[in-house]
Design a protein around this ligand. Structure first.
Ligand code: FES
Length: 157
């Protein structure tokens, strides 16, 4: 079920496209619905988005499962999206991901016991010049070291 508040937000995106192209707002609609469902999308909520936009459920599911910014199981309040693609990998991301997992006591894909943080390995985020890097929310953190990671993670509330 999509809340009235979320519908208003989705409608604002729908209005940016031609009337017969409501489905063009699917990525933002999924993002909005995800945000109001503990940052996770169920099969039911994906179908709700499809129904609201008048598109086939499978088409919305294809989008929701293709892009890594959609979650399909519970995640932490903060999701650390750690790039492990070529530039980051060549600059030590594998060791830094292991460091982060050890620090948090979780493996990639898991949530810390307090529900605060989860870690996700993602493909290139387009910030290769700052490799190794990760993203939390809309913020990029680049040229990471173990010390920098500790400082960033210790600051998450
Ligand atoms: S490879 Fe990591 S940002 Fe491009």
């Amino acid at each position: 079920m999509i809340s009235d508040q979320a519908k208003k937000q989705i409608d604002a995106w729908v209005a940016k496209y031609p009337e017969d192209r409501k489905s063009s707002a699917v990525m933002e609609a999924l993002k909005i619905v995800q945000a109001e469902n503990d940052n996770s999308l169920s099969a039911e909520s994906i179908q709700d988005v499809a129904d609201y936009l008048g598109m086939p459920g499978i088409a919305a599911a294809e989008v929701a499962t293709f892009y890594e910014n959609y979650n399909h199981k519970p995640v932490g309040k903060h999701v650390i999206r750690f790039c492990h693609n070529i530039s980051c990998m060549l600059n030590g991301s594998d060791d830094l991901i292991s460091h982060l997992e050890d620090k948090l006591g979780v493996k990639t894909g898991e949530v810390t016991k307090d529900g605060l943080i989860s870690v996700k390995k993602v493909e290139c985020l387009g910030a290769c010049v700052g490799a190794p890097m990760f993203q939390i929310g809309d913020q990029y953190y680049e040229n990471l070291t173990a010390e920098k990671i500790d400082e960033i993670v210790d600051g998450l509330k």
